[in-house]
Ligand binder design. Sequence first.
Ligand code: ARG
Length: 479
Amino acid sequence: MSDVNEKNHGTLTGDNHAALWSGRFTEGPDAAAVEFETSIRVDERMALDDIHGSIAHAQMLGEQKIISKSESSEIVKGLKSIEKDLISGELKIDYSAEDIHSFVEAVLTDRIGEPGKKLHTGRSRNDQIALDERLYLRRMIPCIQNEILTLIKTLSEIASKNKKSLLTGYTHMQHAQPGTLAQHLLAWASMLVRDWERLEDSLKRIEKSPLGSGALQGSTLPLDRELVAKKLGFSGVTENSLDTVSDRDYCIEFTSDFALLQSHLSRMCEEVVLWSTTEFSFVELSEKWSTGSSIMPQKKNPDFAELIRGRTGKVYGDLINLLTMVKGLPLAYDRDLQEDKEPLFDAFDTVEANLKVFTAMVSSAKWNLEKMASSCEGGFANATDLAEYLVRKGLPFRTAHGVSAKAVRMAIDAGLSKIEDLCLEEFKKCSPLIEDDVYEILSPESCVENRKTIGAPSSESTSVQIKALLAFCKKSLKK
Ligand code: ARG
């Protein structure tokens, strides 16, 4: 289900409701105090989740005879009408409410009268917020997971067209060994698979319903926590009420997943920026996903890759924000915990937008295959291949390494840019084991094709990787 907040920004409607806790007070709060403590502009995006949690709670209250059956069904009917009107945009969020819980309860009581006042029986906003966050994450994390899959699929499809498109591999930003564009893009895809799996793993830890933990010590009322959990599709209930209302591990865990995902996107973007330079020119971004300069007429800049890279700090900051928020907090609930939502949602929104933009950017990019292939020329990236050739002829690797290094030295001294420019006689001076057949293993194409180990860049090995990635995307897609 979509978020309601897009349609519901703006107009304040409804009464200016008193805070849920106003009874003990003789004076209303200072307007500046209300402004300071309100969270509705942040937590409004959980409106539907709040309603779904309340429906299950009200049904349980009825089934346990804590409230009457008819009160329970009136509450449920009222909540459903609020849900409907929020989705249609007919009901606007009232930003004078303290938080989304107060808003929903106030609208409910406006609509159905007395029974509405029974909704909060056996419940506190402390366990309610822990529930809303879980429901929201359970509903929305799959959207991020699906975006990750779309990107993995996009990269795999580009890779499958470029299994033989040569691209040198670098270590220390120096030519290292020949490879392919496919192998490189599949490396990106492999990082993303782990990002998807981490989210999947984190989802397992929000599989328990917190409701019924109350403010901190459960309830004297005969609440059936398991029934609520079952109605909401949880696999069970949380174990300890104090822990439940204090725990924000899940916010930290998802934000940490986002931070790692963001680090991957940032590394990919760095390569896109580098590859877009005149010096590299491995890739040309489409005009749709580039920007110009207000002064330099010739410019076509990779701003989108830079913005994704630049927003990494936001997501890392969100994680540090959350970790610092919980550090040293005594049990149980402290209002500090209200501050969890801004960083969590910011990290969520940032990675979601970044994934979409990165996918659009790479799928519309043009790969300069000739320029990439020429990167395999020079730099002596086939020196390891010469060493392994000698290993196959029986030389110990360390000795073979020395022979190949000697050939490289010889080529450099002779002003040659490739080992294969040495004649056989020169090769023989390095090792008598080298024969005429050495030339065919030294071409970049052979260097790539001869690397047939699992996960290596030969077209055979990359085909296996692509097949596995596409199968992963197919089986992992969520509705
Ligand atoms: N809005 C709060 C939060 O997000 C929940 C309300 C609990 N407030 C309280 N004073 N106990 O954490």
